[in-house]
Design a protein around this ligand. Sequence first.
Ligand code: THU
Length: 160
Amino acid sequence: MKELTLTIPIRVFSYEELDEADRHLIDTARETTRRSYSPYSRFAVGAALRLIDGTLVSGSNQENAASPSGLCAERTTLFYANSRYPDQAVDTLAIAARNERGEFLSDPISPCGACRQVMMETEKRYNRPMRILLYGTGGIYEIRGVSGLLPLSFDASAMK
Ligand code: THU
């Protein structure tokens, strides 16, 4: 028997420590929570991404009375970006969320498994690490590639 230990490098920044472009991305993700359609969970999530050419795309979670028909903010945003700008890799994706009291979370928002899988495919598709910024009022996590969110991930290469 041997034991494997995986290490995930995460840098934790305060808002002021981020550069202007990342602050703007975080501001956009925060602001986009206002456009969430989340009457069922009352959990408002906003995502904002920057493509390598500098274009910003944002999106929020969109719920539905038939709950599986809704979609998280991350996938709303990534699918729109990939369909509108299929030739542009995603440089950085920022995510922010407010709870049912309308407060931003103090701990960084943690994306769901399905969104992590979609992030992984986006990263693989463009063969370029995608930075992820997870916003919390107490600190912002910077993860410098999707493998940091989804170790031991499944992808198409496993089927060959
Ligand atoms: N949600 C997101 O949009 N992103 C996440 O990272 C976590 C969860 C949404 C899905 C649903 O609309 C609501 O938050 C509660 O799960």
